[in-house]
Design a protein around this ligand. Structure first.
Ligand code: DC
Length: 237
């Protein structure tokens, strides 16, 4: 089964997706980390990230792996390095590049093959896995998202003001919303979950319950498909 979680920066996707995957015993895929890994590779190899062709070529050469929630770029553990401020500045060039996006979606589908996964990003329910059985769109108010981000930065020992974080978030929201290919959008069949005022556990409980309901429905549907004599109106299940 494929569970997709999309939403804007700061909506709590990563924390929720990781916890949900853990709860369900599914694998977890952080697709934002893949865009960040391409940005890091460009920086390390001196590739001009403002040149779309050069970036696309690079995306086809590198290897990105995930093991136990760690991210590897050509065998090197880059889990912390891809969170660097400079990488965050370069990543929009990667995310805006349609050829790179196509390549990364190809890798995401390949990675998902034969697995139960929770995948998280901006385009997972729309472009990468339009056939996913279970889709979520996580939101929160801009102020709540900025407060969470500020707490996260402070926990990492970094200093910023609420106003700076809010302004940076608005810029990222604009970038995510206006990207011609792969822009942030709620898939029509995604369940929207507003996370304001909810704890991580409450959000995960809610999502896990919805996934279980979908799992039950699809197992009943499969049973009916395999036993035509028991054919009931499975379309309405
Ligand atoms: O979620 P994040 O901040 O790690 O994402 C990093 C960047 O990659 C951000 O600019 C949004 C972009 N992104 C994307 O365009 N599509 C995805 N599926 C995931 C992330």
């Amino acid at each position: 089964m494929i569970v997709t979680i999309d939403g804007p920066a700061g909506a709590g996707k990563s924390t929720v997706a990781k916890a949900l995957a853990h709860r369900l015993g599914f694998a977890y895929l952080d697709t934002g980390a893949m865009y960040r890994a391409v940005a890091l590779a460009a920086l390390q190899r001196g590739v001009d990230w403002t040149q779309p062709e050069a970036l696309a070529h690079l995306a086809h050469q590198i290897q990105i792996d995930f093991q136990n929630d760690r991210v590897f770029l050509d065998g090197q553990d880059v889990t912390e390095a891809i969170r660097d401020w400079q990488i965050t500045q370069i990543t929009p060039y990667v995310a805006d590049n349609p050829q790179v996006r196509r390549r990364l979606i190809q890798l995401q589908r390949h990675w998902a093959r034969g697995r139960n996964i929770v995948t998280e990003g901006r385009d997972q329910g729309t472009l990468a896995f339009p056939e996913a059985e279970c889709k979520f769109f996580l939101t929160a108010s801009p102020e709540e998202r900025a407060r969470r981000r500020l707490r996260e930065l402070q926990a990492r020992g970094l200093s910023a003001t609420f106003e700076q974080v809010l302004a940076d978030q608005q810029r990222r929201d604009q970038e995510d919303a206006n990207r011609p290919f792969g822009r942030l959008a709620r898939a029509p069949d995604a369940v929207e979950v507003a996370t304001d005022g909810l704890s991580i556990d409450e959000v995960v409980d809610r999502l896990a319950e919805l996934v279980r309901q979908r799992q039950q429905k699809s197992s009943v549907r499969n049973m009916n498909l395999h036993h035509p004599e028991h054919k009931v109106n499975f379309m309405n299940l």
